[in-house]
Write a new protein. Sequence first.
Length: 303
Amino acid sequence: MLEINWVRPHLVSILPCLCLVLAMVSGCRPDQSQSWQGYVEGEYVYVAAPKGGKLLSRPLSRGQEVIAGTLAFALDDVFELAAVDAARQELEQSRSTLADMRKGARPSERETIQARLDKAKAEAELARLEYDRRIDLLDDGTIAREDLDKKKSLYETASQQVRQIEAELRTSALGSRIDAIRAAEAQVRAAEAGLAQAIWNLDQRTQNASVSGLVFDTFFNPGDWVPAGRPVLAILPPGLRKVRFFVPEPLLGSIRPGQTVRVTWDGQSEPLACTVSYVSTRVEYTPPVIYSSQSRAKLVFMV
């Protein structure tokens, strides 16, 4: 196990495994001249909105601890509210159109057709009676053949009129054609999708903290115009705070992912146990930010 001592604020000192073993066997103390230095780094979670707008409120402040789900900020939503209302009206209209197309004719329209049918049947019955009488008169030789043919034609015409109105009455009980109904159904689905999109856009005007942590920084104040996609604040979760340190090339083999190390710093009496999660494969020169007489190795690897 590696022992890491933090010798100054934001700097870590790492002691090799061999020295710890010697301390366990002979009671020797770790040599601070062999320490490795590093620093603490954080990976932030930025809270932003997909569309720009005027910042109405930002209840969170820099340095405040926040719980996931807490309101982070709110943008103006006048346009989005109007868009949701318009989308709802359009959906209602498309649904009404579809329902009307699925229905048959109105009751008053069907009553009118039924009245026409009754009249046509009466006329057809009268024409049939006239035709039958003309047949008897023709047999007696009272009328000419031409008169019978005229009555027959009138009877057939009246009968055809009855059949036509009966078909019209049956059609009135049906809705619109299937293709027109399918088109109306597609229009309803499109309106539903439009409403869902409008509601989503409205919901995006308020953003909540997606993680718990420390509000590390804020970038806009109420009244500012926030461009689309620009973060309003940054949150530093506890799990994304990392210690980075650099080991000389000859000792790289003593460091491996999953290994436990201990970190201490000024004002901290008990070391903090940490786990190595990554060992760089890229060799580099000692970073100037941690360069000192104790860590001046030319080639190091970041851990």
